[in-house]
Design a binder for this molecule. Structure first.
Ligand code: ADP
Ligand code: ZN
Ligand code: ZN
Length: 742
């Protein structure tokens, strides 16, 4: 037997594993993740490394191969566990061990941790003013400018202040030497948010909240570890429940990770956790550089932190005493990585928790079908919160059929009903949110007059308009010429839906000239904190109407919002994607949940061309279980997840012909591996974007009842790809149960 060993896992050049011999005395002692001592380099220096895999064939001359010397004493168990988790991810999702390790272990970059410097005034006001007189008298203007600014505000950021005042480093040094100011540096992100004191206490829990907390507490005390799904409508107090569960875990000496989608990771949310747990909390976010993330992980290792909050990657926080992983908004697509290994944070959290004796708590108002299905099968435990905890009742929801509006001569983006409701709100000085559903838009073709959508005859997903007057199915490759007349009603209003937030903003300003309007989309939030600023402005009622894409659906509570308008509700329905209905239902439900969080009852208007679609009907009725039943029927019928398992093989390359041939070879190979013919092989098809900057794309789908079988086929394909030169110019990635269309 031979062991693959990776040395120095935190090094930037983590790109090579070395093969070592396993001598008889160590046989059976080593596992993936075990920390070992190996001889390395010319002088056979003894260093530490981790076992990342085993093989029974030597990669090179066995005579020259060095042996593993021993198992390292006093090894850091947490790193071994993370290496083992990486090995699981490589197997479960595909890719190389190096890719998996890079996902799981923060890499030390050569860059220095960025220091943020602050200037602090050491003089009191009187002495400062006196000194200012001196500078002015001597005509030392730069010094005077700096001092005057500090008299205004005695502690300021070095970079900002010197730039603003246009003073040089020499001026700052001069004042420092005279003991007028001091320079202080702090490592940025060392305390990502300046912690407030712990000033928040748990509320008086509702019966439902207490029930959920008690079940968790009893299990946890008994040593029972499992996965729970907190299924609770928006505002039912899920976050309070998580915090109480975390408090229990901390009390028992454990540590906790809280995953929150980046978009919902707002200041408001983070401060709730700081308020409750003080500086034992830290956060990660995607704006941090690799070096900053590394620093955070060092803080964790030194034991300064017990609760880590962050997006997907915070899952790999190296807590040695992990007791709980919370995943809020567990249905969010952002929990699936778009890089190899394309892991899902939910599944990976469950695996990590299993290995480390921790529990997992998932939460959502609109659970993923996967999670709810797992509850029905008894794999997860369901904890329900059906009532709102704080103020506010559930809103009244109206569905407006935009086909009727068109027939009645209203060609505007707003239905008459929505217009009237907006007018009434403006009179009463209540706020309005207009949500444009653009998610998953992939060029679907629909009729504005009757709502008809062109679908693939084989796959029951919508066809997408492509250049050159074609419509294509992204699952099977079915192709038809573009339509110009609706086959259902004969009207010429068939085509793609074109309206952006900017157009809506202009139209709203024209129709309601007295209203103050804010717009939030990719354009207006490009700057750092842009997102936060707009929400703050709306929150402090500096505007009457907020227009935005899915960004406005998450995070903040706006108690004065009593009307939510959802424009183009069906937009996400016809993206050519088997999760389209689920995504639509989730978006509509979440958007509707924004209305009536305060004292007055809210109203929601859903505008749609397909009011009879179950995802829209059920969202309007706020009936998750009804939606779940209908959607599961569809998934079962079509063999889509979670009923069956789906593996997408994503292939890209510069030569279209070669790619097409390779895809066919790979399909034939998969067919041969699947001797018993259990799998269904679909494609190769052109994805929606069949070519990106001269790189062609193809996708092959494998569908079957058993995840294990798909993993087996994936493993065989990886070997086949590795040994066949024909694949060398291509990139081939595996995506299990994909969240998005390729
Ligand atoms: P969710 O995470 O389910 O949307 P939150 O935990 O954010 O719900 O709670 C919604 C609002 O209700 C928050 O303002 C919260 O402080 C408040 N809240 C939660 N639980 C209670 C409770 N038991 N009593 C009073 N207010 C509560
Ligand atoms: Zn098809
Ligand atoms: Zn029509």
């Amino acid at each position: 037997m031979y062991a693959d060993i990776i040395v120095d896992i935190t090094h930037e050049k983590l790109d090579k594993v070395f093969q070592y011999k396993i001598l008889p005395e160590l046989e059976g002692e080593l596992q993936i993740g075990t920390e070992v001592i190996v001889p390395f380099g010319k002088g056979d220096k003894e260093i530490r490394g981790y076992v990342t895999g085993f093989s029974d064939k030597p990669d090179y001359d066995e005579g020259k191969m060095k042996p593993v010397l021993s198992i390292a004493k006093g090894s850091l168990a947490i790193e071994s566990r993370m290496v083992a988790l990486a090995a699981w991810m490589k197997e479960y999702y595909g890719g190389t061990m190096i890719q998996a390790l890079k996902t799981v272990i923060p890499i030390k970059k050569q860059e220095k941790a960025r220091k943020k410097r602050r200037i602090r005034l050491l003089l009191d006001e009187a002495a400062g003013k006196q000194q200012l007189e001196v500078f002015l008298h001597k005509n030392q203007r730069a010094r005077a400018r700096l001092l005057a600014a500090l008299l205004d505000q005695p502690e300021q950021d070095y970079e900002l202040l010197t730039k603003k005042l246009n003073v040089t480093g020499a001026v700052v040094r001069a004042l420092k030497e005279k003991n007028i100011i001091s320079l202080e540096s702090e490592t940025v992100f060392r305390n990502p948010i300046r912690h407030k004191s712990q000033d928040r206490e748990a509320p008086e829990f509702t019966d439902e909240q207490r029930h959920a907390i008690n079940i968790f507490r009893e299990d946890y005390c008994k040593g029972v570890r499992k996965t729970y799904l907190v299924y609770g409508i928006t505002g039912s107090g899920k976050t309070e429940v998580y915090m109480e569960m975390i408090a229990q875990v901390l009390e028992a000496g454990g540590q906790a990770i809280v995953l929150i989608p980046e978009i919902a990771l707002t200041y408001q949310t983070v401060m709730r956790f700081y308020g409750r747990f003080g500086d034992r909390v830290s956060i990660l976010n995607s704006r941090m550089s690799a070096g900053e993330r590394f620093d955070q992980m060092e803080r964790v290792k030194s034991g300064e932190v017990d609760v880590m909050i962050g997006p997907r990657s915070a899952l790999f926080t190296p807590f040695p005493r992990l007791g709980l992983i919370v995943i809020d908004e567990e249905h969010e697509a952002a929990y699936k990585s778009e890089q190899t290994p394309r892991y899902h944070a939910r599944e990976t959290a469950i695996e990590r928790a299993k290995r480390e004796g921790a529990s997992v708590v998932l939460g959502s108002a609109t659970p993923s079908l996967e999670a709810f299905y797992a509850c029905k099968c008894g794999r997860f435990q369901l904890l329900e919160l059906k009532k709102r905890a704080g103020e506010g009742e559930l809103p009244e929801v109206y569905v407006e059929d935009m086909r009727k509006e068109l027939r009645a001569g209203n060609r505007s983006i707003l239905s008459d009903h929505l217009k009237n409701l907006i007018d009434a709100r403006l009179l009463r000085h209540e706020q309005i949110m207009l949500f444009l559903n653009r998610r998953g838009y992939a060029g679907f073709v629909s009729c504005r007059s009757c709502g008809y959508v062109v679908k693939c005859p084989h796959c029951d997903v919508s066809l997408a308009a492509h250049k050159g007057g074609k419509m294509l199915c992204h699952y099977c490759g079915h192709e038809e010429p573009q339509l110009h007349v609706c086959p259902s009603c004969g009207s010429g209003y068939i085509g793609g839906f074109k309206a952006g937030t900017q157009q809506i903003e202009e139209m709203v300003k024209r129709q309601f000239p007295s209203a103050r309007v804010l717009r939030m989309d990719m354009d207006t939030t490009r700057t750092k904190d842009g997102h936060e600023k707009i929400l703050e402005a709306f929150s402090s009622e500096e505007a009457d109407i907020l227009i935005g894409t899915q960004m406005i659906v998450k995070g903040h509570d706006f108690p004065n919002v009593t009307l939510v308008g959802i424009l183009a509700a069906d937009m996400s329905l016809y993206s050519s994607d088997y999760r389209a209905a689920e995504r639509t239902f989730q978006l509509l439900t979440q958007a509707a949940g924004r209305a009536g969080r305060g004292r007055s009852k809210g109203e929601v208007v859903i505008q749609t061309y397909s009011p009879e679609h179950y995802s829209i009907e059920m969202a309007a009725a706020q009936d998750y279980e009804g939606f779940y039943a209908a959607e599961m029927e569809y998934r079962g019928l079509m063999g889509y997840p979670p009923v069956e398992q789906l593996l997408a093989v994503l292939m890209t390359g510069p030569d279209e012909k070669l790619l097409e041939t390779a895809a066919k070879y790979l399909k034939d190979f998969a067919n041969r591996v699947d001797k018993r013919g259990i799998l269904q092989l679909i494609g190769p098809a052109s994805p929606y974007v069949a070519k990106v900057s001269d790189v062609y794309r193809r996708v092959l789908y494998l569908k079957g009842p058993d995840y294990g079988l798909l993993v087996e086929v994936k493993n065989r394909m990886e070997k086949y790809i590795e040994i066949n030169k024909g694949f060398q110019t291509m990139r081939i990635q595996f995506d299990f149960n994909p969240m998005n269309v390729f």
